[in-house]
Write a protein that binds this ligand. Structure first.
Ligand code: FE2
Ligand code: FE2
Length: 138
């Protein structure tokens, strides 16, 4: 058996804002479910359900970040939003591949998705968090 992928949110990826940490944790949980399904060879129906859940929750999370960034005039808002959009289009592409072509995403493609998310949190989300904490929003 190959190496089992298990992802778990920890303090290293904290942005210091409870609401967003909570949302990031949930994204990690959903992704972990996803990795479990792929590693257990689950059927397409279950995979699609989890994919939908991941996409919907990502959408909710991105919207709540964008709303607050916009509200407080965060200067990197546009750039940050573009990053969110490109991630969403990756997710949509994976979802379409499941629905239209009956193709279950590979563990590698999901790993790529996860690495993107983690890098985004560490490099970009941390920047709005500094801004918000500085401004006393949190
Ligand atoms: Fe985020
Ligand atoms: Fe973000």
């Amino acid at each position: 058996m190959g190496k089992v992928i298990h992802i778990k949110w920890d303090e290293n990826v904290s942005v210091g804002i409870p609401l967003f940490d909570k949302q990031h944790k949930k994204l990690y949980d959903i992704m972990n479910d996803f990795f479990n399904l792929l590693q257990n060879g689950s059927g397409i129906k279950k995979v699609l359900e989890t994919m939908n859940e991941l996409k919907e929750y990502t959408d909710i999370h991105f919207s709540s970040e964008e709303k607050i960034m916009q509200e407080y005039g965060y200067e990197e808002y546009e750039l940050h939003k573009l990053q969110h959009e490109s991630f969403m289009s990756e997710l949509i592409q994976l979802q379409n591949n499941i629905v239209e072509n009956n193709i279950i995403p590979t563990i590698e493609s999901m790993r790529y998705i996860f690495i993107w998310l983690e890098k985004h949190i560490k490099d970009s989300d941390i920047r709005y968090s500094e801004f918000m904490i500085e401004k006393g929003i949190w």
